[in-house]
Each structure stands twice: as C-alpha cells, then as structure tokens.
Design a protein. Structure first.
Length: 319
C-alpha cells in the first residue's frame, strides 16, 4: 500500500547544534516514490539541538519523528537503539545517520531501495562516504573504489571498523536487532556490519552519498583516538578482542561456512595478540605469542607489527 512506510531511518543526536541542520536537510531532501520517516532521538542535549529538531518536525511532520529525553539516557546505561529506537521502526528497510553526519545525495534512499527490492538475497546495500577530518583538515572519499561490488565477509570483518560507514547502509528490518553474541559496548557499527554480512550479501555502491564528520569535538572517535593513555588503549583493545572472539564462537555455533569461520578466527587471533603487545610489549611475539602470530595471514601480521611499532614509539616517548 502507498501509505505504508518503506524506510525508517534513525538519527541519534546529542549537543549537535552545529551540525544537525545538515543531517535534517539531508533527510527531508530525499526524492523517493515511497514513504519514509526519520526517528530523531535527542538525548537531553544542553545546547539548541532539540529546538532545531522541533523546527524541522513542525515543518516536515510526515518525515521527522522526534523523541526528546528529559534526562540523558546514554549516561544511565540505557541501550538507546535497542530499547528506545527499535520499537518505533515501521519500515521494511532501516537506514542510520548520526546527528553530526549527513546524506549528500537526494536519490540515496531510492537507489538503495530499488536494489534491495530486486535482490532478495542481499541483507543490505551500502555506498561510499566522504570524510571530513576535524583534526587534520583532510577531506576525501573513505574508500578508493572504482566499481560497485559485493563485499566479502573478510572485507567486512577485517579491521575492527566496517567496510562502509554507518551513514551509508540500508538494511532489512528483520536484521535490526543484534544477537547478544554480536554486540559490544565499545562500538555498534562494526557488529552490525558483521551481522548483516552473516545473514546475506552486501552490495557496495562506489558513489559518495553521505558525509562522515570525523573527530568532531566530543565525538567517540576523538575521545578514543590513538594518542589516548596506555591504560585506555589496552582497555579498548581488550574489548575489541573479546568481541571478535565472541563472533568466532557465534559463527562456529551457528554453522557458518568454513571460509567465514577461518576469516573471523584470523581477526580474533590478531586482536588478542595486539592486546598482549600493548600489555606486555613486543617481546611476547618472540615467546608465548609466537606460534599464534606465525599462524596469522600476512595482512594480519602487518597489523600486529604496526601495533608493535606504535608501542615501541610510545615507550621511547614516555621515557
């Protein structure tokens, strides 16, 4: 039916008054032949974010559906997406865009829906994203990709970040809720990407249709960037290793294909070795971690050695 919502998007906002208009403009400028809505959640911002959202909700009531919190839910440990957002999602497909990012092409949703409607074996469709780095002032495409393509599980699981930015993905609503084994309090984008690829193929479009503002003031990335103190870096790496190890066990338990299990095992072993390097120094690669290190793929060995180099530099810098 024409009245049914085809896409439900959601946007998480907190103190985003400097950026939220770009996000909202990107939402309401979509040109589609179907109905869509955007659930915009303001987590008790202390600036003017909520007022800006209310302005757009009044002007575009069929698109912008606001949720305002009187008390910050993140600080209370509330699972905002699972407990607050998901019950409001009505669309056949789900899209995501944080309040400091934005969609930059008006046909983004239409192109992605058109693809998924004609390819039922795909769980999701993603695309390239332009990055604006607020620390380095660099801007450019997140990935140098010359053609549209299928993303392999190895590509999705490889780095501890998704093979696409979360602002770019459109996925089927049945995959909105992640199983407990594929959740991590440290991050949400990477677990979602893995879960989507485990449940179907992911089509990647080379065109840039969203913008990711990296290292904005107060962002998770900036608060947890590479020059954080050593204890924090170890804590982050342990959570990452615990997560990828849990994904490995989940894949074994659910009977995932052998190549998928091998790929996530390679990632999990790399992540755990990196944790040990951060905790104990590079000499663990010559002792109890040596055999595990030697079993890694060449690419993962390089990742571990990069961690070792950074650890050595940190030690020299700190005396």
């Amino acid at each position: 039916m024409a009245s049914e919502v085809m896409v439900s998007a959601y946007c998480l906002a907190y103190n985003h008054e400097e950026y939220i208009r770009d996000a909202l403009d990107g939402f309401v400028s979509q040109k589609t032949n179907f109905k869509y809505e955007v659930i915009v959640h303001d987590d008790a911002s202390t600036d003017h974010t909520a007022e800006i959202i209310a302005e757009y909700a009044a002007k575009y009531p069929d698109i912008i559906k606001p949720i305002y919190e009187a008390e910050n839910q993140y600080s209370r440990g509330t699972k905002i997406v699972k407990d607050i957002i998901n019950p409001h999602l009505r669309g056949k497909y789900i899209a995501i865009c944080e309040g400091d990012d934005f969609w930059c092409e008006p046909d983004k949703l239409q192109r992605q829906v058109d693809f998924l409607e004609t390819h039922p074996d795909y769980s999701a469709c993603a695309h390239n994203t332009r990055v604006i780095n607020y620390l380095t002032n660099w801007t450019g495409p997140m990935y140098e990709t010359e053609c549209d393509k299928d993303l392999t599980f190895r590509e999705v699981a490889n780095y501890g970040i998704a093979a696409f930015h979360i602002s770019s993905v459109l996925f089927r609503r049945e995959f909105a809720a992640l199983p407990d084994e594929i959740t991590c309090k440290l991050f949400g984008d990477y677990p979602r990407a893995i879960y989507l690829r485990l449940n179907g193929k992911i089509w990647y479009m080379k065109d840039v249709m969203s913008v990711y503002r990296e290292n904005t003031a107060g962002s998770w990335t900036r608060r947890n960037r590479a020059d954080a103190d050593e204890e924090k870096q170890i804590s982050i790496q342990k959570l990452t290793a615990d997560f990828t190890e849990n994904v490995y066990h989940y894949c074994v338990k659910t009977g995932a294909p052998a190549d998928v299990i091998a790929a996530i095992k390679d990632v999990a072993d790399r992540d755990r070795i990196q944790e040990q390097v951060l905790r104990r120094g590079v000499f663990c690669l010559l002792t109890d971690q040596r055999k595990k290190f030697m079993r890694l793929s060449t690419e993962k060995k390089i990742h571990v050695l990069d961690t070792a180099k950074r650890q050595i530099k940190r030690k020299f810098r700190n005396g």
